[in-house]
Design a protein around this ligand. Sequence first.
Ligand code: GDP
Length: 378
Amino acid sequence: MVGGVKKIVKKGLLGEMGFNKGGGTINWFPGHMAAATRAIRDRLKVSDLVIEVRDARIPLSSANEDLQPMLSGKRRVIALNKKDLANPNIMPKWMRYFDSCKQDCLSINAHSKGSVKKLLDLVEFKLKELISREPTLLVMVVGVPNVGKSALINSIHQIASDRFPVQQKMKRATVGPLPGVTQDIAGFKIAHKPSIYVLDTPGVLVPSIPDVETGLKLALAGSIKDSVVGEERIAQYLLAVLNTRGTPLHWKHLDNRRMEGLPIESDEKPEYNLKDLLPKRKKPLDRSGVRYIEDLVTEVQRALFVPLSDFNGSLENETDLEILIEQQFEALQKALKIPHKASEARTMVSKKFLTLFRTGKLGPFILDDVPDVSNAVS
Ligand code: GDP
């Protein structure tokens, strides 16, 4: 990572945010998550393969450290989901990285059946290598919040119903809360001979936050609630990353009239919705709404580009970087048409700016750096 971001993250500006000192444990996870972890371990024990879903924008930061020993000891496929939001030029480097760790890995888009079918092909291939005494094999999906586990399981459900219109009940003794007591768990059948079932409930893993920057990346990707970290801090971090990478300088000649032809309405209710960027009178998102957002993106890009191209300071110097970010914040407020006097103006600017990033309108990104393969661990 570029020095400037590291420094600014260490400083008070982004540093104090409810993470315990020295990183490590975090004090805001609800207690039921610990109980859930025990249940996940039990289900993992009876699973023959695990699909670990991670966010393709943070292939390492979206891993759960505590469970890694158990996960890497199992037959595992890592699905880097939301590949549509991740930089396609960097993705092959990550594939090579996981390959060098001898870890099966596939980048996917959980909303695309074609993409999910490729993942299921790999799962079947891995399981058929296994000379099994079991007539039924189980696959479990795990991952930290918001990486797309439910979206993936939904797509798997659809594919399973196409392949086996009459879904049979899964027959396999599974774990219960007490030793020797079995319990029904449900799944979708995706293959025959041997029968392969994907469990219908994903395992929600607690994110690991060894340092503040990992926390900020997880927040940016939506795995940690915005309210825990604060929208403004997340937006400042994003600006620090964009500036130190020089990203806004590439926006000079960009034309944002490229949303044409994109589906405007869908039944889904995504968490980060472009509709939230429209003035109230314009909802729902129709053609004129799409135009409005395209223009907004251009304005936002200009709000970042102009201060950066006029910038005389050093991006390595945290005070300079802070001044630049402050100028961009002011420019963003105008670009996003947020009245100067609005009491929550900075939060509103941050929310809208984050929505643009999270919906991919500022371009595809990968926030983690590919580790040096010579000391690679997955
Ligand atoms: P979970 O918490 O891991 O179960 O995550 P969800 O399945 O609820 O997905 C979280 C958000 O990410 C939802 O708004 C999904 O629509 C969105 N999402 C899931 N998969 C993808 C993907 O491949 N691409 C994009 N762009 N969004 C996705």
